[in-house]
Ligand binder design. Structure first.
Ligand SMILES: *[C@@H]1O[C@H](CO)[C@@H](O)[C@H](O)[C@H]1NC(C)=O
Length: 184
């Protein structure tokens, strides 16, 4: 009789321990995708800055102070640019880059760029990464800080590196490769 009770209690304890362990490792839907504290999440996509007509995705809302200046100081552009997996515009959509870039360097082409990377495809669909930094489009690599995010990217920090993939001198349309490293 006593031995039987001991077996039953031991079984109950074993089941409780197993259930608690499973709950710990499962963790909830967002956790599996989250970068660990030591490894940033790497996002890679191509950014399509289409300024040409018809249907540009980046529009100039303020002209530069001196239209003949190569620095474009004072110019403000608003963008809602496509982000795709590959460099072709028809490539799989990953999201949109929504925000602005403005000529803020009097000596050379240098923008203050403020944008939300609104992710609409892949595992981070619905989350946003916010970038604010200096972008000198003629430099080989431009680095801009990641200053925050929403959804899977709450508490985000990190950096984005932008490299021009193609630039159409005639139209000004550019395809830019982005590598974004996010701690979150
Ligand atoms: C992204 O999420 C939205 C809203 O939940 C959904 O309508 C859409 O189909 C999703 N897109 C992809 C590519 O999964």
């Amino acid at each position: 009789m006593v031995a039987k009770e001991v077996v039953v209690i031991t079984l109950i304890v074993a089941i409780l321990v197993a259930v608690a362990g499973a709950a710990r490792t499962e963790g909830g839907p967002g956790l599996a995708r989250r970068g660990s504290s030591s490894a940033p999440t790497h996002l890679h996509f191509y950014f399509h800055d289409k300024v040409s007509k018809p249907s540009p995705s980046a529009v100039r809302v303020v002209d530069p102070v001196d239209p003949s200046s190569r620095s474009f100081f004072g110019m403000v552009n608003i963008m809602d640019d496509a982000l795709t997996e590959g460099p072709e515009p028809e490539s799989k959509p990953m999201g949109r880059a929504q925000g602005m870039y403005m000529g803020s360097d009097q000596a050379k082409l240098g923008f203050l760029q403020a944008m939300n990377l609104v992710l609409t495809g892949g595992p981070y669909n619905g989350s946003v990464v916010t970038v604010l930094g200096r972008n000198c489009p003629l430099d080989d690599v431009r680095e801009m800080p990641v200053i925050g995010g929403t959804g899977d990217f709450r508490f985000a920090s990190g950096y984005a590196q932008a490299r021009t993939h193609t630039l159409d001198i005639k139209t000004g349309d550019a395809v830019v490769e982005y590598n974004v490293y996010v701690m979150h």
